[in-house]
Design a protein around this ligand. Structure first.
Ligand SMILES: [Zn+2]
Length: 141
């Protein structure tokens, strides 16, 4: 599975974290946005949900055309891949790359590092010590 175990970067720890996997599997972006960014006002749109992006100002009218801003945060639940999200505006850092899962949204909304977001998640969802330990001390082996 291409595990680069010796690199030990935050990113490597992140993808292997039990807390991240738990959040991705059990926490919906809708729940996170309702709690941490209620101004995003997500509403149903096709197979998913669309709302105001908390990561850039999509309410502002277009500088060139004066056209009204449009909601650009997209959230969708897939039966196979679970919840994912991204911003549909090319003006936004959250539009680059693949769809993101719930943990990434949690981290971005808190505006903290992966390690801090893991610690916060473990507290927020009262993870067991067993799950927490795997995550909090990745260097112990
Ligand atoms: Zn955005």
């Amino acid at each position: 599975m291409g595990i680069m175990g010796t690199v030990g970067t935050v990113g490597t720890v992140g993808t292997r974290s039990a807390v991240i996997r738990w959040v991705d599997a059990h926490v919906s972006p809708l729940e996170l946005l309702a709690e941490l960014a209620p101004e995003s006002e997500l509403r149903r749109a096709g197979r998913g949900y669309i709302g105001w992006c908390p990561f850039h100002n999509d309410r502002a009218p277009d500088a060139a055309t004066g056209a009204a801003g449009s909601a650009s945060l997209y959230v969708v639940a897939d039966r196979r891949y679970g919840w994912s999200w991204r911003c549909l505006s090319t003006n936004c850092a959250q539009s680059m790359g693949p769809m993101r899962h719930s943990f990434r949204l949690w981290q971005e909304l808190l505006g903290v590092s992966v390690a801090s977001a893991i610690a916060e998640a473990a507290r927020r969802w009262a993870m067991t010590a067993a799950v927490g330990e795997q995550v909090v001390s990745p260097d112990s082996s």
